[in-house]
Design a protein around this ligand. Structure first.
Ligand SMILES: *Cc1c(COP(=O)(O)O)cnc(C)c1O
Length: 224
């Protein structure tokens, strides 16, 4: 079933947009099934869960951290994480820089923006992001490669589209102002199971799809 879902979803995702299989709460066997169907990018939102899955799954998986990141958990993912999608403060970026240095790595990161109407979602606004970007020149073990955002959890497709459009506009603005000569600033992480089609139309380069691949999540014994 996971394999069939992957095949079907991949057909709807045009290059160069890449598909991240969001496997949070799912057992290793499910990730292995996706891996066997050719999937290599996986997304998790808990540091320890990601560390434990990384330890037992193949080495050529690209691990994407998509959850809210606490400073004291960065050390668990710093040795191997491919991309952290959820940078929302200078403090957490500094922590990632420090932990990356210990492993002689440079960790790619996205700035997470608050584009939804809900109060609860994490993220920066454009002004906060500009502030952050003006103060991170001395960090040599992190690289900001783009932006990430989550749309409002709603059936209103017009609202969702406008939020993705806003994120793309923020991306364009930051690229021009801070990354004009840096082609690596090129990623826009937006779109989930219910809205990734809209996100792709609005310029997404990374879609984060969970339940449409793995089925509904059971949070019964997970602290989320
Ligand atoms: C869980 C999660 C997803 C995937 O959500 P689905 O609706 O299951 O596709 C995507 N992005 C983030 C940040 C998530 O936490």
């Amino acid at each position: 079933m996971i394999k069939d879902n992957l095949i079907r979803i991949r057909q709807t995702i045009p290059a160069p947009t890449r598909l991240i299989a969001v496997s949070k709460t799912k057992p290793v066997a499910d990730l292995q099934e996706a891996y066997d169907a050719g999937q290599r990018l996986f997304g998790e939102n808990k540091a320890l869960e990601m560390r434990d899955k990384h330890a037992v799954l193949p080495d050529d998986i690209e691990w994407h951290f998509i959850g809210h990141l606490q400073s004291n958990k960065v050390k668990y993912i710093a040795p191997f994480v491919a991309l952290i999608h959820s940078i929302d403060s200078l403090a957490i970026l500094q922590t990632v820089d420090r932990e990356a240095a210990k492993h002689d790595r440079t960790i790619d990161c996205l700035l997470q923006f608050h584009i939804a109407t809900e109060e609860t979602k994490f993220g920066l606004d454009q002004q906060e992001a500009e502030q952050l970007l003006s103060h991170c020149d001395d960090l040599h073990h992190v690289r900001i490669v783009g932006v990430m955002g989550m749309a409002t959890n709603t059936d209103d497709r017009t609202l969702i589209r406008s939020e993705f459009h806003t994120l793309k506009a923020i991306f364009d603005h930051l690229r021009q102002r801070f990354f004009a000569d840096r082609p690596y600033f090129c990623e826009i992480s937006m779109g989930m199971s219910g809205d990734y089609d809209l996100a792709i139309q609005e310029g997404s380069t990374l879609v984060r799809v969970g339940s449409a691949i793995f089925g509904a999540r059971n949070y019964a014994n997970v602290n989320d």
